[in-house]
Ligand binder design. Structure first.
Ligand SMILES: [Zn+2]
Length: 69
């Protein structure tokens, strides 16, 4: 497992973004790929990482909403 900083090109604004999975943050994940939401400026990306914490896929979130109870 590598949990160092990683870089990718933001599919929305094309900037290079650096992101980091906090150490141990995915230790309880039982199913991979695991989805991670990355906020960049005013947009959100959904990234999927495999069990080696390598980027498997990236999606652009069309909308971010906060649910209420
Ligand atoms: Zn961006």
């Amino acid at each position: 497992m590598s949990d160092g900083p990683r870089w990718m090109q933001c599919p929305i604004c094309k900037e290079t973004i650096k992101w980091n999975i906090p150490k141990g943050a995915l230790k309880d994940v039982e199913r991979f790929p695991a989805a991670i939401v990355i906020k960049h400026h005013d947009h959100y990306l959904v990234c999927y990482v495999d069990s080696h914490l390598q980027l498997a896929d990236t999606e652009v979130a069309s909308l971010f909403i906060e649910a209420t109870d």
